[in-house]
Design a protein around this ligand. Structure first.
Ligand SMILES: [Zn+2]
Ligand SMILES: [Zn+2]
Length: 320
């Protein structure tokens, strides 16, 4: 069994090498950086190509998984195909008005792969995601640095607000679409900012994608940030992405954070932001809040730096 068995694994699922336009790093350099940064996995997602899948084999090991993928750069939005069979390419030559994206989502799903709507609010032509989210498994609400002045920087704040709003109705209908975060690395010093931390049975493509698909994950600005998040009621407890049968019992929401000095922890439900607390200068602390299934259909967490930049965000815990 690869990795440490059942546990939390950190990884970056949107990574370009020299094989993509604007990419400056080789697979070997990216794999070495991933190890230094404390990542357990990455996904290779070159633009419109699966030609370099074979270049990664010599760089993987029990401590580093490489998930084979592609960034499918269509005329009206980009999406990540994760978990492709080696060398399998997904066509990108269409836009939303062609009505063709569904067949390519099916192609990826038939291979047990995952379809991720990438940087939905990227501010350049064809980078803005114009498809309905229907058929996509996950939304990349956090792409690259949380915010910057770079002209191609995705508007993560808008992507998060849109996802947060859809969550309330989707959970009510019994099926919600998890969030993830990736660096979209092209250059040095971009890898892992941010990355997704996933609860998986082992360090394998199948297990990691299953955890992401189920929303058993949170997004970290860097490996210096740690988050634990549970809700408990009536002697039972649930973690991120899970469902807690709370019934009429009072529910205790509990978040532990490390690595965010003077950070701001907020809890969000279908009523919006319902609780706010500050972390001490040390950056470590525990925040608790009481609610019920009657009051909150779900709870999710954001941790921000004092200036407002995101340090961590979680998928929801669902209460019934
Ligand atoms: Zn893109
Ligand atoms: Zn990209």
């Amino acid at each position: 069994m690869a990795g440490r068995g059942h546990g939390w694994y950190r990884g970056d699922c949107h990574v370009h090498s020299v094989a993509s336009d604007g990419g400056e790093l080789t697979p070997g350099q990216l794999a070495a950086s991933a190890r230094v940064l404390g990542l357990d996995f990455l996904a290779t997602t070159e633009h419109k190509s699966a030609d370099t899948h074979g270049a990664w084999g010599q760089h993987v090991g029990d401590d580093l998984l490489v998930i084979l993928g592609e960034e499918v750069t269509t005329r009206s939005g980009h999406w990540l195909a994760l978990g492709l069979p080696p060398g399998q390419v997904v066509d990108w030559r269409y836009g939303v008005r062609d009505g063709m994206v569904g067949r390519y989502l099916d192609q990826v799903h038939r291979a047990d792969g995952l379809c991720v709507a990438a940087h939905p609010h990227a501010p350049y032509a064809s980078g803005t995601f114009m498809y309905p989210y229907q058929g996509f498994d996950v939304v990349e609400v956090w792409n690259g640095p949380w915010s910057s002045d770079l002209p191609w920087q995705a508007d993560n704040e808008v992507a998060l607000a849109e996802w947060g709003r859809s969550l309330a109705a989707d959970i009510h209908q019994g099926q919600w679409r998890p969030a993830m975060g990736n660096s979209d690395t092209h250059l040095e010093d971009q890898l892992g900012v941010p990355h997704t931390v996933v609860l998986a049975e082992e360090l394998s493509t199948y297990a990691v994608l299953a955890g992401i698909r189920a929303g058993r994950s949170w997004v970290a600005e860097s490996a210096a940030v740690e988050l634990s998040f549970t809700v408990s009621a009536g002697g039972h407890s649930a973690g991120i992405g899970e469902r807690l049968k709370a019934g009429d019992e009072p529910a205790l929401v509990r978040v532990g954070v490390r690595g965010v000095p003077s950070g701001i922890v907020t809890f969000h439900t279908e009523q919006g932001r319902v609780h706010r607390a500050s972390l001490p200068d040390s950056g470590s602390g525990v925040v608790e809040w009481r609610t019920s299934a009657d009051e909150s259909a779900f709870v999710r967490v954001e941790v921000r730096h004092p200036i407002g930049q995101m340090a961590a965000l979680s998928n929801p815990i669902v209460l019934t």
